[in-house]
Ligand binder design. Structure first.
Ligand SMILES: [Zn+2]
Length: 229
């Protein structure tokens, strides 16, 4: 089991890669439109925040943006609108900081590379504070993102459960070979498919299936996902 106080089993993590900023922005809009409930999109700058917000509104969505150039009263009003549910999507620059007192956030999308893995954890963990499922997706653009710190680079590279990489990068570690079972590396429903043809079925328990992989690890998957193959 992942055994640490930092672990939040209701958060599904994933990373998507894009060749350029235009494709990444378009994917963020599609993802936000396709995900039910409230969400935050983290962007680098004011211009991007305002543009994405306009595009969401043009598509009939309820969005507002937040950045450092807004008057303090406007900033407070925008946060209040989002917190109270009058706006579904908040598009924010780093001026937002880590605080957002809204428990039912269903998705947190990062269009900007966080400064560190600690920052990514802090910002993404605003999702799903009500304990219900939420999605944390980092949209990476290797040609435009530049170099990232080692723990963040390892997280982006993947190759293991995102929660394991996240906790390892935070210095929390994880015990045993079992993964979260729902990130894009473990193979949650709707996520990238793991190479199950290499694996050996170990156990089937409830909705979880445990596979042994030749490289050194065992991973659990949702039974629904495995049957769908
Ligand atoms: Zn996982």
């Amino acid at each position: 089991m992942l055994d640490t106080g930092l672990y939040r089993p209701n958060l599904r993590y994933g990373v998507l890669r894009f060749a350029g900023p235009a494709a990444r922005d378009a994917a963020a809009l599609r993802l936000a439109r396709a995900t039910a409930g409230a969400g935050i999109i983290h962007v680098d700058d004011m211009a991007t925040a305002e543009r994405l917000c306009r595009q969401l509104r043009a598509a009939g969505d309820s969005a507002c943006c937040y950045h450092g150039k807004l008057e303090p009263a406007t900033r407070r009003a925008r946060l209040r609108q989002f917190r109270q549910g009058a706006r579904r999507v908040l598009v924010a620059t780093p001026a937002l900081g880590g605080g957002m007192d809204r428990p039912d956030i269903r998705f947190v999308i990062h269009l900007r590379l966080p400064a560190s893995l600690q920052d990514y954890y802090r910002e993404s963990c605003l999702a799903g504070r009500d304990g219900l499922p939420a999605q944390c997706t980092l949209l990476a653009c290797p040609p435009c993102d530049g170099v990232s710190a080692a723990p963040l680079a390892a997280y982006l590279r993947g190759g293991a459960c995102r929660w394991r990489l996240l906790l390892a990068g935070l210095g929390a570690g994880a015990q045993g070979g079992v993964c979260c079972g729902q990130c894009d590396q473990c193979g949650g429903a709707g996520q990238a498919r793991p190479p199950l043809d290499l694996a050996v079925l170990l156990t089937l328990a409830g909705e979880r299936v445990l596979f042994d992989f030749p490289e050194d690890s065992s991973k659990t998957f949702m039974a629904e996902f495995v049957q769908a193959r």
